[in-house]
Design a protein around this ligand. Structure first.
Ligand code: C2E
Ligand code: MG
Ligand code: MG
Ligand code: MG
Length: 289
């Protein structure tokens, strides 16, 4: 009897594993067609200058609208794209689209000051692709000034082949492109390596911001990251801001920039145009209670 049950359980397990593999293969297959079929899109989340309340720029976030599954989150399809090599054409597309969009918006809304665009780089893309050429090409095609492009990298990249990473980051910096360290504090970070790389900005991970008002440790961590940034001559962006209280605390800590649902969720290009049309600013909300 035990044997029978064991076997039944094994079959159930086997079936779900089978489904998982199948669904993964399906996703892989569909992702190959996604670009051609116009299913990959870029959404934009405002980044706000916490000192003035003014819009500072946007972060470009990839979206895949699957014809049957609906929206597949980037956390799900970017890893598949990396493993299959599809990350190269997809990233190229996202970088180009983001630069084109920002240039277009600046032309259409000249009264809004210069805006920056942050684009996420995957580690694979960084290590394998001809990134420098790609960036140079996209800047040339779009006409975006290099200093308004910000590339977001993660801590894991800094742990990779050091010399190569340093070389490429140095080249990007000499082109005047800005470099941001994303999700700071979540990786196997060692504070000691930060100064070895030519970074302009650290993005404080949402997990610290989220519980700042609840746990004294989180507030202490945010404060410490800000102090480190000052010492290394870097600016900070706080991610995942959802409440006015967090805004106030971050302003008190002199964090330069903020991003999160409190200001705006990521929006489609069309929705961003509506936002820009209303001359966005958040200064008045800082005073509210
Ligand atoms: P990330 O770069 O750290 O992006 C921030 C994520 O936090 C986004 O999730 C954004 O929608 C979400 N977020 C922003 N504000 C809030 C908030 O107030 N509350 C909460 N709960 N969430 C907030 P998203 O768009 O799902 O992207 C997830 C991750 O996928 C990104 O994390 C990034 O690592 C990766 N990713 C997205 N687009 C790309 C891309 O074009 N290329 C690469 N390589 N990775 C990308
Ligand atoms: Mg990011
Ligand atoms: Mg982040
Ligand atoms: Mg993140």
């Amino acid at each position: 009897r035990a044997k029978k049950m064991g076997r039944a359980r094994f079959e159930v397990f086997d079936k779900s594993l089978h489904l998982e593999v199948l669904s993964r293969l399906e996703l892989e297959h569909d992702l190959r067609l996604a670009l051609k079929q116009d299913e990959i899109d870029v959404h934009y989340q405002p980044i706000v200058d916490l000192r003035s309340g003014k819009l500072s720029g946007f972060e470009a976030l990839a979206r895949w609208h699957h014809p049957l599954r609906g929206l597949v989150p980037p956390d799900e399809f970017i890893p598949i794209a990396e493993e299959t090599g599809l990350i190269t054409p997809i990233s190229k597309f996202i970088l180009a689209r983001a630069c084109d969009d920002i240039v277009k918006w600046q032309k259409d809304f000249p009264e809004i000051g210069p805006l920056t665009i942050s684009v996420n780089l995957s580690t694979k893309q960084f290590l394998e692709g001809n990134l420098i050429e790609q960036v140079r090409h996209v800047l040339g095609e779009s006409g975006l000034p290099a200093e308004r492009l910000k590339l977001e990298i993660t801590e894991s990249l800094l742990m990779e082949e050091l010399d190569m990473v340093k070389l490429v980051l140095g080249q990007l910096r000499s082109m005047n492109v800005k470099l941001m360290l994303d999700d700071f504090g979540t990786g196997y970070s060692s504070l000691s390596y930060l100064h070895r790389f030519p970074l302009n900005t650290v993005k404080i991970d949402a997990s610290f911001v989220r519980n700042m008002h609840l746990a004294e440790e989180n507030l202490a961590i945010v404060r410490a990251i800000k102090m480190l940034a000052i010492a290394l001559n870097m600016e900070v962006v706080a991610e995942g801001i959802e409440t006015l209280e967090q805004v106030r605390q971050l302003r008190a800590l002199k964090c330069e920039y903020g991003q999160g649902y409190y200001f705006s969720k990521p929006k489609s290009g069309r929705e961003i145009e509506v936002l820009l049309n209303q001359s966005p600013g958040w200064n008045s909300t800082f005073e509210r209670n």
